[in-house]
Write a protein that binds this ligand. Structure first.
Ligand code: SF4
Length: 126
């Protein structure tokens, strides 16, 4: 089965989307907080994230609804930090205590492929 992301890569669409995504970081309004900070220059907004990628953990997740989990699990990658300030956050150590490792885009892609090879039915980032 041909994966959609391969088709997007072959068409050059992935490179265009990457450039556009990075452009958004110059005056970040990627979420409803609309901080307008330049994350490429190291500024941080309410989420306290600059342009670096921090990952707390990844693996098959079985705590979702059965149609999402199937037999192989839902491939879940937990990013560090969060743009919300929920009082009852169940992932406080990840979202607000900055527990995570700096990760390159290549390493992130490797995590996604590893989840795919482990039989996960989907990939999601939290
Ligand atoms: S909270 Fe973070 S992602 Fe949201 S607008 Fe501010 S800097 Fe951007």
């Amino acid at each position: 089965m041909e994966r959609n992301y391969r088709l997007l890569w072959e068409l050059g669409e992935l490179a265009k989307r990457r450039e556009e995504a990075f452009r958004h970081l110059e005056h970040c309004r990627l979420c409803g907080q609309e901080c307008g900070v330049n994350r490429l220059a190291g500024e941080v907004g309410i989420c306290r994230s600059d342009a670096r990628l921090l990952v707390s953990s990844y693996g098959p997740h079985f705590g979702e609804e059965p149609p999402l989990v199937g037999r192989g699990g839902s491939g879940t990658i937990f990013f560090t930090r969060c743009n919300l300030r929920c009082v009852f956050c169940q992932n406080w150590d990840i979202s607000h205590q900055d527990r995570g490792l700096e990760t390159t885009p290549e390493e992130l892609a490797g995590m996604m492929l590893a989840l795919q090879h482990r039989g996960c039915h989907n990939i999601k980032i939290l």
